[in-house]
Ligand binder design. Structure first.
Ligand SMILES: C[S@@+](CC[C@H](N)C(=O)[O-])C[C@H]1O[C@@H](n2cnc3c(N)ncnc32)[C@H](O)[C@@H]1O
Length: 313
């Protein structure tokens, strides 16, 4: 298959299945090995030239080069620069270069490269799938939803259009300001039942309150599993009925590709990406009395996102 930004494997949903196979969605055997397929926050740092180089390079050379990659050292340096840990690095990134980068990816303008365009498509599929998972259970009018790590409002806005009472927060003040701007532009606030989401600058660990539904999309990728456990537990404590989480799935295949991606940090790379195994996420949920009811997977060429809907046991 030609290396392009086309969707090679459509996302699919399935009900909770004990015999879960963490393999990526089915892919024709004839397909050439994919080039570096970094998870969401790594991918935009890889430009087309790099991809072409990776695509044509030998696996052995890549394997050798992998041993020289030291993302942990890079992360430590970044953390020292902003005087903190993962969270401070992430906050700083999404208030500065990451804000510009992701605003573009989540937007509709043409100034995106092939990879960014593909991620835009993948991410919009995730949002679509979340909306489907949520509305499958009934209309959203009047349902309280917390969108934790709301970014530019890609989910908060469609939720509000459906009449949900949305609280949207993010660790990045720049993201929250953009989300509110877009919500004011896109929502028909004169329409009955359509409310402006309540926007708040906050890291999700500090959120309080109770919501029917809590959603946290493509945020866990910025944190190691040790931190993700606590984040998942806290998000579950805010939710009365449903918790939807998306994360970059950890499988051997994605892990190798992510490591290849880490060999080519773009100039503006400022965060580390962490993959999470579905089993680890499930275990973290179980620990606080939640079980996974539905699962979905969005895969495009450069975007991989596992979506789970959890409910109290
Ligand atoms: C890849 S973006 C996803 C944005 C949004 N959820 C979406 O899917 O459109 C990740 C977002 O998570 C936010 N974020 C990262 N760590 C966070 C934390 N600890 N608490 C709240 N937001 C966080 C970032 O500022 C950024 O806006």
């Amino acid at each position: 298959m030609a290396f392009s930004a086309s969707i090679s494997s459509p996302l699919h949903f399935r009900n909770s299945n004990p015999i879960f196979s963490p393999k990526p969605a089915t892919r024709p055997a004839s397909l050439k090995p994919r080039p570096a397929l970094p998870p969401p926050s790594l991918a935009p740092d890889v430009d087309s030239a790099t991809i072409a180089a990776i695509g044509s390079g030998s696996v052995a050379a890549l394997a050798a080069a992998l041993s020289f990659a030291d993302p942990e050292r890079r992360r430590k340096l970044q953390a020292e620069e902003v005087g903190g840990g993962d969270k401070e690095v992430v906050r700083d990134y999404f208030n500065k270069s990451g804000f510009e980068r992701w605003k573009k990816i989540y937007g509709e303008t043409d100034d995106v490269n092939t990879v960014q365009k593909d991620i835009r498509l993948g991410h919009s599929k995730t949002v679509e799938n979340v909306m489907k998972m949520l509305t499958d259970e009934g209309p959203l009018a009047g349902v309280s939803v917390c969108d934790a790590g709301c970014g530019t409002g890609c989910l908060a806005i469609p939720l509000a259009k459906e009449g949900a009472v949305v609280t949207a927060s993010d660790i990045s003040a720049a993201m929250v300001a953009e989300a509110e701007k877009q919500a004011r532009e896109q929502l028909d606030l004169g329409k009955e039942g359509v409310l402006l989401p309540k926007f708040e600058v906050s890291d999700l660990e500090s959120l309080g309150g109770k919501y029917d539904t809590v959603v946290c999309l493509d945020v866990l990728i910025h944190y190691p599993q040790s931190k993700a456990d606590g984040m998942i537990a806290h998000l579950a404590s805010l939710a009365e009925n449903r918790l939807l989480l998306s994360f970059a799935p950890k499988t051997l295949y994605y892990d190798i590709l992510k490591r290849i991606g880490e060999l080519f940090p773009g100039p503006s790379k400022a965060t580390r990406a962490y993959l999470h195994s579905e089993a680890d996420v499930e275990r973290a949920l179980k620990k606080v009395g939640w079980r996974i009811r539905k699962r979905g997977l969005t895969t495009t060429q450069f975007y991989f996102s596992r979506l789970v809907e959890a409910v109290p046991m």
